[in-house]
Write a protein that binds this ligand. Structure first.
Ligand code: IPE
Ligand code: IPE
Ligand code: MG
Length: 238
């Protein structure tokens, strides 16, 4: 990894293309999602080995409930299977798991498994692994607004005194750095309601490879490209 001069602190990935991968292989969509979890496993491991501070993965959006009950059911089963089978290794690797999104909207067993994973890894100090499930950025922003409005209505905070830090503390991502690098596989060039606030100054890359085929080499090229970007944040670099 010597070509990677500057690592992003926070990488966000929109894992897209499982459906098209399944179709291309004449398989059921659930098989595409299953293959996608294999990519997930290797990217998490690599991020931890590289010493990346935070990795946020988009696994299920607030809009993905629009899919067929069969597909939603397959995704929910995979989710449970994944957390059950991976938790020991993730914990051993000192990974700290956080779920971004509304866990209350999930079926009971999934909700319990996610809460258990968060609790078990809470004190871990390695990779901050954030998995977005039943997550939508608009929903997240609206929740933060409601929380702050509630505090203002109760007289706990003056509306004019609300700071960016107060707002950020009310987001699912509280305490995490802004996203430095956003990767979306499958060639789609949109955010699809992912981390809208946190990506304000993210560098973005849209590899055309489908998520089940996204390799460590693809990941390394995205990281290497990031290292060459000239980030200005509205200012000027010498
Ligand atoms: C991404 O793959 C995974 C989820 C949205 C859960 P898709 O299922 O969206 O794959 P495409 O876009 O249909 O190929
Ligand atoms: C975004 O992908 C959500 C996840 C990857 C979990 P989608 O496939 O749902 O997004 P659209 O519908 O193409 O925008
Ligand atoms: Mg998609």
């Amino acid at each position: 990894m010597s070509e990677i001069s500057k690592l992003p602190r926070h990488v966000a990935i929109i894992m897209d293309g499982n459906g098209r991968w399944a179709k291309a292989h004449k398989l059921q969509v659930a098989q595409g999602h299953r293959r996608g979890t294999e990519t997930l496993r290797s990217i998490i491991r690599e991020s931890s080995d590289l010493g990346i501070e935070a990795l946020s993965l988009y696994a299920f959006s607030t809009e993905n409930w629009k899919r067929s009950p069969a597909e939603v059911g397959a995704l929910m089963s995979l989710l449970l299977e994944y957390f059950t089978s991976e938790i020991d290794e993730l914990d051993e690797k000192n990974v700290r798991i956080r779920i971004l999104g509304d866990k209350d909207g999930l079926p009971g067993p999934q909700k319990q498994a996610l809460i258990a994973a968060e609790n078990r890894t809470r004190e871990n100090t390695g990779l901050k692994l954030n998995i977005a499930i039943n997550y939508g950025a608009r929903d997240e922003i609206l929740r933060a607004v409601k929380e702050l409005a509630g505090r203002a209505a109760r007289g706990e905070i003056a509306p004019e005194a609300i700071t960016a830090a107060d707002f950020e503390a009310a987001l699912y991502t509280h305490g995490l750095p802004d996203v430095d690098l956003l990767i979306r596989t499958s060639g789609e060039m949109r955010l699809s309601n992912f981390l809208l606030y946190q990506c304000a100054y993210a560098e973005m890359t849209f590899p055309t490879v489908l998520w089940p085929d996204f390799s460590l080499e693809d990941y390394h090229s995205a990281l290497a490209a990031f290292g060459k970007r000239d980030r200005r944040f509205g200012g000027r670099n010498e």
